[in-house]
Design a protein. Structure first.
Length: 287
């Protein structure tokens, strides 16, 4: 465990709306978090945060999202937009070091929304996917995905509240986090622009090569690349999963050559087997 007894653990959950079916853009509409700290009685939830988020890019909440979350456009109409809510969230987290933990790669959606609103992401640190760690403890492969409800049942923890409400999911994830804490391998990391969005492949000709492709193609490659990082996959590991070479993955991500639609589909399918949230909607054709 790369953490100290003085560390604070922010266990958070997000709910989001799909803005367009074509791009499957994820706009956050609900943020919930539980602060877990070490007390004299052991790890405890010492505080919580919750806020709905007024949509900026689409006021219409997709039918499937309404069904799952029970969140409606009317509920969000008088809430604050994402930049304001994020400011409150960061103020609540405070200046001390923290580990940002979620069930699944929700930090990726946080990063995506920060970029949508032209907000900095250098505040994001020590993000850890508790789902991956839980499955590692069970010696399961990433493809053998375990949902939060199943993990709680396996740990004899009763879910309290309403599923797919951000605060309720965060609090229940925090209960699971505290129970399995001693078996977790939390890592320290950062979310610098160079690290998270260029991934060590931004050489001298990177911008020129990228400019030679269409904006739609660049967006597809970058979203797949972001998903790979969210899954904490090295290029070699992704290559093995989709039957390609590491060099091919590097060249595609670095815009050294154009990928075929079949190659992008293979990458997308590999990411989907790890976590469906990481997959994107690919077009039938692209230029």
């Amino acid at each position: 465990m790369d953490a100290s007894a003085k560390s604070q653990y922010i266990i958070f959950d997000l709910e989001w709306n799909y803005v367009t079916e074509e791009q499957k853009l994820s706009e956050i509409i609900d943020i919930g978090a539980a602060r877990v700290s070490m007390t004299d009685g052991g790890l405890q939830i010492v505080d919580t945060f919750h806020s709905y988020v007024k949509p900026t890019f689409s006021p219409y909440i997709a039918k499937e999202i309404r069904r799952i979350t029970q969140v409606t456009s009317e509920l969000l109409a008088h809430e604050s937009p994402f930049p304001v809510v994020l400011g409150r969230f960061l103020e609540w987290i405070g200046p001390d070091e923290y580990f940002l933990c979620s069930w699944g790669p929700d930090h990726y959606v946080l990063i995506e929304n920060c970029h949508l609103h032209n907000l900095q992401v250098d505040w994001l640190q020590n993000f850890n996917d508790i789902q991956i760690e839980f499955m590692r403890g069970l010696q399961l492969s990433p493809g053998q995905q375990v949902g939060l409800m199943t993990a709680l049942q396996m740990s004899n923890i009763r879910f309290e509240g309403q599923p797919h409400r951000a605060l309720d999911d965060a609090v229940n994830t925090a209960k699971l986090f505290m129970q399995v804490f001693d078996r977790l391998r939390l890592i320290r990391n950062s979310c610098q622009e160079e690290e998270m969005w260029n991934f060590g492949i931004k050489d001298k000709g990177y911008e020129e090569r990228k400019a030679s492709f269409t904006k739609d193609y660049v967006k597809l490659v970058q979203r797949l690349k972001n998903s790979r990082v969210a899954a904490q996959l090295k290029r070699r590991e992704l290559a093995e999963r989709c039957g390609m070479s590491k060099k091919s993955i590097t060249n595609i991500e670095g815009f050294r050559r154009k990928a075929s639609l079949a190659e992008l589909q293979a990458i997308n399918n590999a990411l989907h087997t790890i976590n469906p949230k990481l997959a994107i909607r690919l077009p039938a054709t692209f230029s």
